[in-house]
Design a protein around this ligand. Structure first.
Ligand code: PRX
Length: 629
């Protein structure tokens, strides 16, 4: 079968297509209806079926590979290595599940996981899945305000955390940030479970905080059976940034997600049971959820979990791991490759990479020089993936499990099966043809694996994602794109105020709100500016309440440092702008809207575009002067 026939089947007859794919996972009770789309845009997959993500990821593989590696953990930060077989992982998950139950966690409760890249994080996620608790993993690089707002929104009964993480040899304490986050949140979790790695001392709150090692020891022989969940039950919430300052809780189901991942492992990643999958992402991101934890294990593969950077102890570490653990499928981000590109290319050919079939890259635009450099250096196919936290698996790529569709430099590829991708005119909603720039949209129904709704806010789900294209209730990706005559898509940047720093998705509004909280700042604008290494960096422009506060260059420097420290403390280093400049006014329209696109253009030395609506054109010159120092 050609990919185009496979794709057509998925779009023309989704029910029969996905009924077939659903056979890739175990069901406790068979579903009675493949798709319930009676209440658009909500799509419910495999209605009536019961299953479990932890069962499909772990228990299911016990008869054939209990003694084969399931979770391979390598930390070049702490020089630790641990290999858990499927059998051992099964035991650890039950201990963790029993501990969670002893702390009062029951089906449907939320458990927030704020952890570094250690095996207990994966064990905790799978333990939640096992007993039907809903996990919400928050990236360890976020600080107390980001974390606090997520605690408040998800209202977890339990938070699982650790004393600290480590980044490039520097210990990052987690507990003080967590304590502050809980203080800021109106909701207080009833228990905190601490994994003590012995990296950094921390204080405990008696009655609330518990030590995992002690509780684990009390549950060593725990047998915790899988709880069979409705396919449409919620498996997890993962927060992501959007246009407002308030993060959105992307809510995922159980059965649809399991089927989508099992299917993608086969058709897109071409991974087989018994092999090793290596994703360099973090469990705090969607790539970590889908392709460090659930996807590889559901596919019966070992997953390699790596705590460390791509260049420590040297720029060959990733390839050394590929050789040692015979990795067949690898997943990373263009930023990591651009970091490696600053080092000698000989690192790419030093190790035996014969096991490796393909390297998948996703999360941000893959520029052609980076793509060519890594593909020449490794001598392996490089496959670009375009997708989003909301979709959970690729929207655009090539499915080499089906046929040999060639890749094309600069393009992630073709719409994946199940995704009815359209290019639409943002103003008229009209469908566009080849070589016309438009908004990338997806016609209903979204395939299995995609978000169910915004946690606790159905209305926001419909309003945010399905109401932005006039006259059509279609899902907007908020990305611009163009398609060539052969159907290959090219991504041309976001239509909204989301920026992408080193593959991390950030909302400029969140950063602006944080900068505005500094008492000296009257208002500000943050934009994403092209950067050769990180893809984009955030640059802020702030108007001061009292311009005299930044009169001298020493004043400006001190104030910039103070403003950046606020962002660091509230949101985390990940959201800290590269620079904050002080100006007397921001370029705005006469109706008071900040002209972010024009600011971005000026920062990148481009033409600021149509300025007919600008209130005071001198504002742009002020920006240029500030940038010139
Ligand atoms: O703008 C697109 C960009 O990252 C956004 C989604 O980010 P996130 O929710 O963090 O999910 C990442 C999952 C891989 C998209 O809206 N993006 C993602 N992949 C690509 C990309 N831009 C260009 N090329 C890609 N391959």
């Amino acid at each position: 079968m050609t990919y185009s026939e496979f794709y057509r089947h998925s779009i023309d007859d989704p029910a029969s297509f996905w009924a077939e794919e659903a056979k890739r996972i175990d069901w406790q009770t068979p579903f009675t209806q493949v798709l319930d789309d009676s209440r658009p845009p909500f799509a419910r997959w495999f209605v009536g079926g019961t299953t479990n993500l932890c069962h499909n990821a772990v228990d299911r593989w016990l008869p054939t590979q209990a003694d084969k590696p399931a979770l391979i953990f390598v930390s070049t930060e702490t020089d630790e290595e641990r290999i858990l077989t499927f059998g051992e992982l099964h035991g650890e998950i039950q201990r963790m599940a029993a501990v969670m139950q002893s702390l009062g966690v029951v089906r449907g409760d939320r458990v927030l996981i704020y952890m570094p890249m250690v095996p207990e994080a994966v064990i905790a996620m799978l333990a939640c899945a096992r007993i039907g608790a809903i996990h919400s993993v928050v990236f360890g690089g976020f600080a107390s305000m980001s974390l606090g707002s997520r605690i408040e929104d998800a209202t977890p009964r339990l938070v699982i955390s650790a004393d600290g993480g480590s980044r490039a040899g520097k210990v990052v304490p987690y507990k003080p940030l967590l304590d502050e986050a809980i203080r800021l949140s109106a909701h207080k979790p009833s228990a905190v479970l601490m994994i003590n790695r012995g990296l950094t001392p921390f204080s405990s709150e008696p009655g609330r905080d518990h030590d995992y090692a002690a509780l684990r020891a009390a549950h060593l022989d725990a047998l915790v059976p899988v709880v069979w969940l409705e396919s449409t039950d919620t498996s997890y919430i993962l927060y992501t940034s959007g246009t407002t300052g308030r993060p959105k809780g992307v809510q995922r189901d159980v059965g649809g997600y399991a089927v989508a991942l099992a299917s993608s492992m086969k058709h897109i990643y071409c991974g087989n049971p018994g092999e090793t999958y290596f994703s360099t992402s973090d469990i705090g991101w969607v790539v970590g959820h889908s392709y460090i934890v659930y996807g590889p294990l559901i596919g019966g593969m070992a997953t390699l979990m790596y705590e460390g950077t791509p260049i420590r102890p040297d720029a060959g570490i990733l390839w050394q791991l590929v050789e040692r653990f015979k990795v067949t499928v690898m997943f990373s981000a263009p930023t990591a490759i651009r970091v490696l590109k600053k080092h000698d290319a000989h690192w790419l050919s030093r190790y035996d990479l014969s096991s490796l079939r393909s390297l998948f890259l996703a999360g941000e635009p893959l520029d052609e020089p980076t793509s060519s450099w890594i593909s020449d250096g490794l001598g392996k196919p490089i496959i670009d993936n375009y997708w989003q936290t909301e979709t959970g698996w690729p929207i655009l790529t090539v499915a080499h499990g089906i046929d040999n569709t060639p890749t094309r430099l600069g393009s992630p590829g073709l719409p994946m099966y199940g995704f009815d991708v359209r290019l639409l005119d943002e103003n008229t909603g009209e469908t566009l043809g080849p070589n016309q720039k438009g908004v990338i949209a997806i016609a209903q129904p979204l395939p299995p694996g995609c978000m169910q709704t915004v946690w606790g806010d159905d209305e926001r789900f419909v309003k945010t994602y399905f109401s932005s294209i006039p006259g059509h209730q279609v899902y907007s990706t908020f990305d611009w794109g163009v398609r060539d005559a052969q159907g290959y898509y090219f991504i041309l940047g976001r239509t909204d105020d989301v920026i992408n720093v080193a593959g991390h998705r950030l909302g400029t509004r969140e950063i602006e709100e944080s900068i505005n909280s500094h008492p000296a700042v009257a208002e500000c604008a943050v934009v994403g500016v092209a950067d050769p290494l990180k893809g984009q960096v955030a640059i802020g422009f702030a108007v001061l309440r009292d311009p005299a506060a930044a009169a001298s260059s020493a004043d400006r420097l001190a104030l910039e440092g103070a403003v950046l420290a606020v962002v660091n403390q509230q949101l985390g280093a990940i959201a800290r702008p590269a620079r904050v400049y002080f100006v007397n006014l921001l370029p705005k329209t006469r109706s008071g809207k900040v002209l972010r696109r024009s600011i971005q253009a000026v920062c990148e030395g481009r033409d600021p575009g149509d300025l007919t609506t600008i209130e005071d054109a001198s504002a742009l010159n002020a920006l240029r002067e500030a940038l010139a120092g």
